[in-house]
Design a protein around this ligand. Structure first.
Ligand code: B12
Ligand code: SF4
Length: 448
């Protein structure tokens, strides 16, 4: 059957972001993969267009829609279920599919009316699924899927990884106008900006993270393939800034070195940010700077060796983070540091040490998070074995609030962040968005 008459609607359903909006790469990859097979697709990003669940059907569903697909994470899962219900209320027979990081616990969606959950990497599965739905064949047992049959979750075998990422078409950017996306949190980010991903997977096995179980062993695109996409983005869309969302951009030093040579060779003035991991061997920060990198994001998660050991991180990785941040600040980078409160072994004493550590390291921006038990992580599989730490969620939240406030309300810090902020004239136009965001974080003492 020729698939060109079928329309597939994808939806990135979550709240609107005031200061950080990033194109939904996963759905964009699915869209380009399906289009390459002759399907028609549409993509609604609800972080940009605030469409109510009741209106979604009219906006996303055409007469010949084959299925509607949602991206879901732990955080947006309740919202996704609301949208699913609204679609099912209008047309119970229209297949609804959910994928994304939350797919590791499919029953949460299947029991809410979702027909198929696609688990893990989606491109191969979605093509097979679209074919089956178009032909009306049974999808039970299909690789990489879960469905509900007679009240029981029926899971197919895991989908084999895509070994050659270069075989994938570039993400479909038809529906994601770069003017709608920005990262005001990243003060160095030029407009227009977009996100790209050069690898899938991470060689580390942090116990709280889902990357190892979700993506499997790390795979890389070739430098030539990445270069072609970067050039295309720059030449056809005028992209000036790339948010490189790879889990761990410095996992393969040889690949990174070739990437840097490529960016230096391009010489287009394109700037970028990336996520680094504090490996024993420090990243080539000087060369990265010459290649256009302006912003580094590091997750230290804890400064306490006893906690780090429990999450399978080297006990000296906090020192490595400090070394990287200090060197990076000297080279003029904007530095971000993430910390998680409530990991195994956490106590008021370890939190105090974490806070003291972050003041000492003094990354430009430090973000404090409460630990979320992510589906598919090692910690979630141990969740039944007792509490992870002695602190209640409320106590952890209080520590998180206190940490945000005390870190930013230090006199020197206010001046440092303001200097970064005012170095970009366009920042003035964003003042309202910043204030709204900081209110949300409780920094101004106002809570919604
Ligand atoms: C960029 C990013 C963000 C951005 C934007 C999110 C986005 N969707 O682009 C921002 C900064 C806003 C963000 C915020 C958060 N993030 Co984030 N983020 C990422 C990151 C680094 C990259 C996302 C990406 O582009 N991936 C690449 C694409 C190709 O993969 P993908 O999106 O998963 O899509 C593939 C499959 O999942 C599947 N698929 C996806 N959707 C669908 C839909 C259908 C219908 C089908 C069939 C298949 C399918 O097919 C796709 C192609 O293979 C990921 C890590 C990662 N490697 O994915 C974390 C990640 C998604 N984030 C995570 C977390 C925890 C958060 C926060 C909660 C952090 C916090 N504490 O505040 C928030 C909450 C966000 C929210 N509201 O849901 C976790 C989610 C874990 C979970 N189970 O929910 C991840 C996986 C990181 C991790 N390893 O822990 N994040
Ligand atoms: S937290 Fe980061 S470094 Fe650790 S496994 Fe996940 S993606 Fe890799």
């Amino acid at each position: 059957m020729c698939p060109t008459h079928q329309d597939i609607g994808f939806t990135n359903a979550t709240r609107q972001y005031a200061i950080k909006r990033i194109p939904p790469l996963g759905l964009m990859y699915l869209s380009s993969t399906l289009r390459a097979r002759g399907y028609r697709t549409s993509l609604l990003d609800l972080t940009i267009d605030s469409i109510t669940p009741e209106r979604l059907y009219d906006e996303a569903v055409a007469a010949d829609t084959l299925f509607v697909g949602f991206y879901s994470t732990l955080v947006n899962a309740p919202v996704v279920r609301e949208y699913v219900r609204a679609v099912k209320d209008r047309e119970p027979d229209l297949p609804v599919v959910v994928g994304g990081p939350s797919s590791m616990e499919p029953h949460k969606f299947l029991e809410a009316g979702v027909d198929v959950v696609v688990q893990g990497e989606g491109e191969r599965t979605v093509v097979e699924l679209a074919g089956a739905l178009a032909q009306g064949t049974d999808v039970a047992g299909m690789h990489g899927t879960a469905i509900l049959r007679n009240g029981r979750v029926v899971t197919g075998p895991p989908r084999k990884q895509i070994a050659e990422l270069d075989e994938l078409p570039f993400p479909d950017r038809t529906f994601t106008d770069p003017d709608n996306y920005y990262d005001y949190f990243n003060i160095t980010s030029n407009q227009p900006f977009t996100s790209i991903i050069c690898s899938r997977g991470c060689p580390n096995r942090c116990a709280y993270c889902t990357s190892p179980s979700f993506w499997g062993r790390p795979r890389y695109r070739s430098i030539e393939n990445v270069r072609d996409e970067v050039l295309m983005l720059h030449e056809t869309m005028g992209i000036k800034y790339l948010d490189i969302v790879d889990d761990t951009f410095n996992a393969d030093p040889a690949w990174l070195d070739r990437f840097l040579d490529m960016m230096i060779g391009l010489d287009q003035g394109i700037e970028w940010s990336c996520n680094l991991f504090p490996f024993k061997r420090d990243p080539p920060l000087e060369k990265m700077r010459r290649a256009g990198c302006t912003t580094l994001k590091l997750g230290v998660q804890s400064a306490c060796p006893e906690v780090l050991r429990k999450i399978h991180r080297a006990p000296d990785s906090a020192e490595a983070c400090q070394r990287i941040v200090t060197q990076a600040k000297g080279l003029g980078y904007l530095t971000f540091l993430d910390v998680i409160f409530g990991l195994p072994g956490e106590s008021p004493a370890t939190i105090e040490r974490n806070m003291a550590y972050t003041y000492d390291v003094d990354a430009t921006i430090t973000k404090y998070y409460r630990h979320l038990l992510l589906e598919g992580s090692e910690l979630s599989s141990k969740a039944g074995e007792g509490e992870l730490c002695d602190l209640s969620p409320e106590e952890i939240d209080d520590f998180v609030d206190t940490a945000w406030r005390t870190f930013y309300l230090r006199p020197g810090k206010v001046a440092e962040v303001m200097t970064w902020f005012l170095s970009k004239p366009r920042a003035y136009t964003r003042l309202g968005a910043y204030l709204a965001a900081f209110q949300g974080l409780g920094l101004l003492g106002v809570k919604g």
